[in-house]
Design a protein around this ligand. Structure first.
Ligand SMILES: [Zn+2]
Length: 229
C-alpha cells in the first residue's frame, strides 16, 4: 500500500509487476494478479483486503498467472472477451515492436511468451465494450475503459482521477514510456489518445510505480507526433 498525495492508490509493486486494489462498498477489486513468484510475496498485502473480484487488464501471463489461485479463493475473474483466446496461448495474437529499438526484444518476448503459460482458468465474466459501467453494479466507483492496442482486449479502470491502465502505457524502466509491444500499433496510438483525452491525474501502470499524468503526457505526445511524421 502506498499513499500518494493526490489520493490513495493501493498498490503492490514487486519490481517486475504491479498490482492494485480498488476498495468497493462490500468487497475489494484486485487489478491484475502478478507472475511466477508473485503469489507468495503478495500474501501479506492481499490478506489486508476482501478480494471478491479480479479484473485482468489483459490475458498476458505476467498479468493473469495467479488468476486461477484467486478463483480458488472465491474471487470472480473479469476479462475482456477479446482476450479470451489469448489465455495460455500468447501467440494467438500478433506481437509487434512499437519502435525500431524494440525489434530484438520483440523476438525474446515471442519465445518467452510461447514457453510460459498461466494455470488454466475460465473467467467468470467476459467483458464487452458496452460493459463500461459493470464495476459500478458490483459496488465499485469505477469505469472500465477499453484500451486496445497492447492486446485486442486490453482494458483500463478509471476511478477517482486514477487510470489503472495495465500495459496500455508503462513505467517498466522507472520513467514513463510507451509499451514496447503491441498487437496493433494503430490501436495503441488510438488508446494513447484516449488516455490524453481522459486526462487522469495519475496513471497506474501494470509495471512500475504510478506516475503523474503531467509527467507521462509529454512522452505520449512526442510518440504520437513521431508516429504521425
Ligand atoms: Zn502485457
Amino acid at each position: 500500500m502506498a499513499l500518494i498525495n493526490s489520493g490513495r492508490i493501493n498498490f503492490y509493486y514487486s519490481g517486475d509487476v504491479t498490482l492494485y486494489i480498488l476498495k468497493g462498498k462490500e468487497s475489494d477489486l484486485l487489478i491484475d494478479t502478478g507472475f511466477i513468484g508473485t503469489w507468495k510475496k503478495m500474501q501479506n498485502w492481499i490478506n489486508q483486503y476482501n478480494v471478491k473480484h479480479v479484473l485482468l487488464t489483459h490475458a498476458h501471463v505476467d498479468h493473469d498467472f495467479n488468476a486461477a489461485r484467486l478463483q480458488e479463493r472465491g474471487a470472480k475473474v473479469l476479462l475482456s472477451a477479446a482476450d479470451k483466446n489469448l489465455r495460455q496461448n500468447f501467440l494467438s495474437q500478433p506481437v509487434k515492436p512499437t519502435a525500431p529499438k524494440y525489434r530484438l526484444r520483440n523476438i525474446t518476448q515471442l519465445v518467452g511468451g510461447a514457453l510460459v503459460k498461466s494455470k488454466p482458468y475460465i473467467p467468470d465474466i467476459y467483458l464487452k465494450d458496452s460493459d463500461r459501467d459493470l464495476l459500478k453494479s458490483l459496488g465499485y466507483d469505477a469505469e472500465i475503459i477499453p484500451l486496445p492496442g497492447h492486446t485486442y482486449g486490453s482494458i483500463g479502470v478509471f476511478s477517482n482521477g486514477v487510470l489503472y491502465c495495465g500495459d496500455a502505457y508503462t513505467m517498466l524502466w522507472k520513467n514513463p514510456d510507451v509499451t514496447p509491444h503491441a498487437v496493433s500499433i494503430r490501436d495503441m496510438e488510438k488508446s494513447l489518445k484516449t488516455i490524453l483525452e481522459l486526462n487522469p491525474k495519475w496513471l497506474a501502470c501494470g509495471h512500475g510505480v504510478p506516475v503523474k499524468m503531467s509527467k507521462a503526457r509529454p512522452v505520449i505526445e512526442e510518440y504520437l507526433k513521431m508516429k504521425a511524421r
